[in-house]
Design a protein around this ligand. Sequence first.
Ligand code: FEO
Length: 170
Amino acid sequence: MLSDKILASLNRQHGAEIAAFYLYRAMQSYFLDHNLDGFAQWMNTQANEELEHAGKIYDYIHDRGGAVKLSAIDAPKQDWKSPLEVIQDAYDHEKKVSTMIHDLIDEAVSEKDRATEVMLQWFVAEQVEEEALFDRVYQRVKFAGDSPTALLLIDQEMGARPTSGGEGEV
Ligand code: FEO
């Protein structure tokens, strides 16, 4: 049985994962509007991964006999000045999610909820991968600077990411 505190935090994390899906959808739309189809496809894959993350927490809450409580999702930011700003925001968002996961683990430890602690280990490893992935893209887009040619080359590489959630090479 989940404690009220852990249940509330898991529900909050579930909402945060859905909010990340929403944010990455907005970013996908930005890239489509700017004819950067590779970036858009990459962001679509990322958005879908966020739904998978939410689903893991959703299932876990039910497995532990808890009730999923859905709350309103705020509209995400939808205007950016450049592709670099989009990627920077996405990278910052992943760092924020990592902090949330770590805080949730601290709570699970203090509540002696070993099952939740173990379940969250998957997210710790996932966040390491995601931060590395976003950092790599961020560094490459930053390196491209004002060169449309470099940006289009990166766009091609981004489009090569598997759509089923693989991390790809970029
Ligand atoms: Fe579910 Fe990208 O954090």
